[in-house]
Each structure stands twice: as structure tokens, then as C-alpha cells.
Design a binder for this molecule. Structure first.
Ligand SMILES: Nc1nc2c(ncn2[C@@H]2O[C@H](COP(=O)(O)OP(=O)(O)OP(=O)(O)O)[C@@H](O)[C@H]2O)c(=O)[nH]1
Length: 588
């Protein structure tokens, strides 16, 4: 048979042959006859099949740049006839193609929607419910990016079903969304260009806009976004990911800190409002308390400032409520005195009124009397009434004098208590929970010991200790047990310190120990003694032994150094102790 080259002629001849040979015109039969007429070799037939496959893949890859790249690679393999690589490359093509085509939405759109829907307030989906649903999706997508994409699309759809209103979500949630995308990039290998686009959008639109309150962090976010834009290939992206991860870590720490600040502030405000009734005995108090809050609000918030204010307020309120009790009693006594005073006055005027009425009657009787005997009777009655009136008046006068004395006493007690109350805010030096000194007490004690050290030229050591994993203890055993653990620690420390040493509560679970006349080696021995003792004297919770450990920084106070500089140095050493595995003391 003459070899035909025109595809139309070949097609026509194929149909003719199918009819002549009475063969069912199925696609397979058509293909076989077609190649027979075109006289295609086995190799060519194979290539033709691959070409069709490539065409199909090119058609399917659409705008997916990774799929396009893999198809190009496939063509190159076919051209060079590297058949041993064909199978692997085909799999890559299919993977690249399917990783995009089955996605209900591009990652960039999906993340935009997620951020938007997370921000919108929906009565049917409060943030806690959204978080729960999102956690469920993130726990159950089986490391499959397509599935994650589909599930997120479904989730976002359900959030948007009912009435919504605008509300701004915290930056932490945006960061978490991008972080999740980064993780899924690593585990499922999604296209790096999509990832880059999504990350840049999320950083610029989602995150930076929410960091207005923190210009430094906002600037850093924009810098990171620019770095992301410069990522030019998969390898670059992988190299750059640790940088992004480090940034997330910083954001998480920042958010954690902000959450704790907000918590502290809320507790403080609650404390104030809850106790308004206790402090309104005198407007001065209300003004004083509000001034404390205003001072705190005016300076940059940090946990220690908040803790200090909260602890100070708690103590003042406690003492105030005690003093107020006495004050109320004294006022009640004064009121009783005044009541009896008025009663007595009433009685006196009543008895003198009666007396005057009787005198008038007696005067009438005397006028009408015409003999001495009747006048004498009238006079006897008059004398009798005058005497009893005199007795009444005397008794009332004594009562009045006594009442006045009591009133004076009560009044001076009230004045005394009021003065005490006024002075209380300044006097409180002790932490109410643990009995250690509080920050104000620490300030005084530090000044005294520093002056002593300057005078005697003796070393003065200071240690800052922070209980290890205290949050976990609180979470596992409850806040009340956490409070008792703090008391236990202070008791152990107090028992082991010398009478000249001082322990003060510096923050939530941070304590400062002042050790006058102590050098670094001796200070270290003291701190190690406390550590050892804690391994013998366990904190007991519901009959279970709980081991409390701490990390501490130890330093010497310089004679001319201010307290904050010394504490900052001890804090640095304590941080080092935490970083080196906790339950240790570092000197600096
Ligand atoms: N029970 C109780 N807990 C407090 C008090 N003050 C602060 N805390 C808690 O102490 C915990 C301190 O947690 P973190 O600062 O994360 O420190 P940590 O868990 O000890 O971790 P490391 O310091 O790294 O070992 C927080 O959960 C505070 O709520 C208090 O007066 N009573």
C-alpha cells in the first residue's frame, strides 16, 4: 500500500478500510487501522501516544506554572529518549497538575477569605467556635494540601452563612494562618510561587495592617514581606523559611505577652470596680485608686508594672476594708450617742414643760386659797414636783455629760482611723499572698542595704529567682494550688536565709533575695542550699509531692549602681539559667 502522508487522506482511507473489512468502528480499531495505513513504526506510535498525553497535560495544566514546568521537563525527557526517567517525570507532572486543579480556590484567595471571615463577627459563629472548627480541620487534613484547601473552603462558607458585622481580628490569628500555610508548604510541597504570593498578601494586607500599635513590628513585617517577594525559586524559598519561622516565633512571643498584659489589666480593672463599694467611704479613696490606674495607663505597659499595681491595690483594699470596719463601728457609736443626747434633751424639755404647767396650776391654786393650810398643801406639792424635776434635770445632765464624753471619744477615734486610712496606701510594704516584701518594700530594703554596704564597704549580693514551669503547675493543679506553691517557696526561702537577708516578691512568680555582707561564692551557696531544701521539702498538693524548682541569676550590687541596673543584670543571668535547661543558678 502506498504510504499516505496527509492526515486527512489517512483518516478517509481508515474509514474506508473499516467498512471494507466489516470491522466495528471503535476508537481502538480506528487507531490500529490508522497507524497501519500511515505505516507508523512502533517507536513512532509510542511517541504519538506520549505526544497526546503531553497535549492533554498541557491542556490541563492551565495557569499552573509548576505543572507547566513539569510538562516542559517531560518533553525534554521524551526528546532525549531518557525512558528510564519517564515514569518518575510523569508522576511529577500528574502531582503538579493535581495539586492545583483539584483545589477549590487558590491559596491566596483562600487565605484572604479566611482572614476576612475570621474578622467578621457572626452571632452563630463566635470566635471560640471558629477556633474549634479550624483546629478540627487542621488536625484532620491528613497532610494533604488539596484536602486542606477543600475543607477550609467549606469551613469559610459555613462561617459566612448568617448575618455579620465588622470586627478586627488580632494579628496573632493572621500570623497563625500564614504559619499554617508555611507548614503545609513544607509537608505537601505546594507550588512555591503560590506560596510566595499568599505569604506576601497575608503579611502586607493581613498582618501589617493589624500592627499599627507596634510600629517596629509592623516595619519588620513589611521587611519580611519584601524578602518574600525576592524569593525566586523553590530552593530560595526553602532557604528562606527558617527566617520566616523565626519571625513567627517572635510574633507568638509578642502576642503571648500582649495577651498576658491584657489579662492583667482586666484583672486590675475588675478588682477596682468590684471593690468600689469598699472604697467609697471617702471620695479621697476613689480619687487615690483612680490615680493609680491613670499612672499605670500613662506608662508603657509591662507585666511587672501591672503586677505591682494589682498587688498594691489588693493589699490596700484589704487593709482598707479592715479599717473601714472599725470606722463604721466608731461612727455607729457616735450616732448612738447623739440619739441618746437628743432623747435626753427631749425629756428635759418635757419635764420642764410639765413643771411649768404645774407651776401655773399651783399659782391658780395659791390665788384661790384662802387659808394657810391649803396654801401649805399646795406648797408641799410644789416642792415635791420641784425636787423631782431637779432630779430629772440632774440625771439628764449627767447622761448628757456622759454622752458628750462618749461622742468626743468616738469622734477622736473616727479622726484617728481616718488618718490611718489615709496613710495606708503609702505604708503597705508586704505582699499579702506570700508574706514576702512587695516591690515597695524591696525598694526601701534595697536602699537601706545599699547604704549599709557603702558605709561598711562590704559586698552586697542580689539574686533574682523565677519558678520553673509555673504556668504548667497552675494549669495542672489550679490557680489556688499555684498560690500555695508560692507561699511554700517563700517559707522555704525564709527558713534558710540569715536574719539579715531579705526576700521580696518582684513579680508573679519572681522573687528577689537581698544578701548583705555576702560575696558571689557565698551567695551561690545560699541559693544552692535553697535548691537542695526544695528537693527535700516538697510542696504537697492533695497528698501528692510536687517538686518546685527555680532558675536564678546572682550578682553583686555595685556601690554606685542603681537598683534597676543591678536587677537587669540579675535578670539577664536568670534568663541564661532558663535557657541552659532551668533549675540552675547563673552568676554575672
Ligand atoms: N497561682 C498564681 N499564679 C501566678 C501568680 N502570678 C503569676 N502567676 C502565673 O505564673 C505563670 C508564669 O508563667 P510563665 O511566665 O509562662 O513562666 P513559666 O511557666 O514558669 O515558664 P518558665 O519561666 O520558662 O519556666 C503565669 O501563668 C501566671 O499566670 C499568682 O499570684 N498566683
Amino acid at each position: 500500500m502506498e504510504k499516505l502522508s496527509n492526515p486527512t487522506d489517512i483518516a478517509r482511507e481508515t474509514l474506508k478500510q473499516l467498512a471494507l473489512r466489516r470491522i466495528v468502528p471503535s476508537p481502538d480499531h480506528y487507531e490500529a487501522i490508522y497507524h497501519e495505513i500511515a505505516q507508523t513504526s512502533d517507536d513512532e506510535r509510542q511517541h504519538a501516544g506520549l505526544k497526546e498525553l503531553i497535549q492533554a497535560l498541557e491542556g490541563l495544566s492551565g495557569q499552573n506554572p509548576e505543572a507547566k514546568r513539569q510538562v516542559e521537563q517531560l518533553k525534554r525527557i521524551i526528546r532525549k529518549e531518557e525512558w528510564s526517567n519517564l515514569y518518575d517525570q510523569l508522576i511529577r507532572c500528574f502531582n503538579a497538575q493535581s495539586s492545583q486543579s483539584e483545589l477549590s480556590k487558590t491559596w491566596a484567595d483562600l487565605i484572604k477569605d479566611l482572614i476576612l471571615q475570621w474578622d467578621l463577627r457572626n452571632p452563630a459563629y463566635p470566635p471560640s467556635r471558629k477556633k474549634e472548627a479550624l483546629d478540627r480541620v487542621l488536625a484532620n487534613f491528613g497532610n494533604n494540601s488539596t484536602e486542606l484547601n477543600n475543607k477550609l473552603v467549606g469551613l469559610i462558607g459555613s462561617w459566612s452563612e448568617t448575618g455579620v458585622e465588622n470586627n478586627v481580628s488580632p494579628a496573632s490569628d493572621v500570623a497563625a494562618a500564614i504559619n499554617d500555610l508555611t507548614l503545609s508548604t513544607e509537608t505537601t510541597g505546594i507550588n512555591w510561587q503560590d506560596w510566595r504570593e499568599s505569604t506576601v498578601t497575608a503579611l502586607e494586607v493581613g498582618l501589617a495592617a493589624r500592627l499599627l500599635h507596634n510600629p517596629d513590628l509592623q516595619q519588620e513585617t513589611l521587611t519580611i514581606a519584601n524578602e518574600a517577594k525576592a524569593v525566586g525559586n523553590q530552593a530560595d524559598m526553602e532557604k528562606w523559611l527558617p527566617r520566616l519561622r523565626k519571625f513567627w516565633l517572635k510574633l507568638e512571643l509578642q502576642n503571648d505577652q500582649e495577651d498576658r498584659l491584657a489579662d492583667g489589666l482586666m484583672r486590675l480593672l475588675r478588682l477596682l470596680t468590684d471593690n468600689m463599694a469598699e472604697i467609697v467611704i471617702d471620695d479621697e479613696w476613689v480619687r487615690g485608686q483612680i490615680a493609680v490606674i491613670q499612672t499605670i495607663m500613662a506608662q508603657p505597659l509591662d507585666m511587672r508594672v501591672l503586677y505591682d499595681a494589682e498587688a498594691g491595690l489588693k493589699e490596700v483594699l484589704f487593709k482598707q476594708s479592715q479599717v473601714k470596719h472599725s470606722l463604721v463601728e466608731a461612727q455607729a457609736a457616735l450616732k448612738n450617742m447623739l440619739t441618746s443626747f437628743i432623747d435626753r434633751l427631749g425629756l428635759i424639755s418635757q419635764s420642764t414643760d410639765n413643771y411649768h404647767a404645774k407651776i401655773t396650776q399651783y399659782a391658780t391654786k395659791i390665788e384661790a386659797a384662802n387659808d394657810l393650810v391649803s396654801i401649805r398643801h399646795v406648797m408641799e406639792d410644789l416642792m415635791q414636783d420641784t425636787r423631782s424635776m431637779q432630779i430629772d434635770v440632774l440625771r439628764s445632765r449627767d447622761d448628757l455629760l456622759e454622752a458628750r464624753k462618749q461622742a468626743d471619744l468616738a469622734h477622736s477615734r473616727v479622726i484617728e482611723l481616718e488618718k490611718e486610712l489615709t496613710a495606708l496606701s503609702d505604708k503597705v510594704r508586704e505582699d499579702q499572698l506570700t508574706g514576702a516584701l512587695n516591690r515597695r518594700g524591696l525598694e526601701d530594703a534595697y536602699q537601706i542595704e545599699l547604704a549599709r554596704s557603702q558605709r561598711s564597704n562590704a559586698p552586697f549580693a542580689l539574686s533574682l529567682l523565677d519558678i520553673d514551669n509555673f504556668k504548667k503547675l497552675n494549669d495542672n493543679l489550679g490557680h489556688a494550688a499555684g498560690d500555695k506553691a508560692l507561699q511554700h517557696l517563700v517559707q522555704v526561702v525564709k527558713d534558710l536565709l540569715r536574719p539579715t537577708d531579705t526576700v521580696a516578691r518582684y513579680g508573679g512568680e519572681e522573687f528577689v533575695i537581698l544578701m548583705p555582707n555576702t560575696n558571689l561564692e557565698e551567695g551561690m551557696l545560699v541559693m544552692q542550699r535553697v535548691q537542695r531544701e526544695l528537693t527535700k521539702r516538697f510542696f504537697m498538693h492533695e497528698n501528692e509531692k510536687v517538686l518546685i524548682t527555680f532558675s536564678a541569676g546572682l550578682t553583686l550590687a555595685g556601690v554606685d549602681e542603681n537598683r534597676d541596673a543591678v536587677l537587669a543584670r540579675a535578670d539577664g543571668a536568670m534568663y541564661l539559667a532558663k535557657k541552659s535547661g532551668k533549675n540552675r543558678v547563673e552568676t554575672v
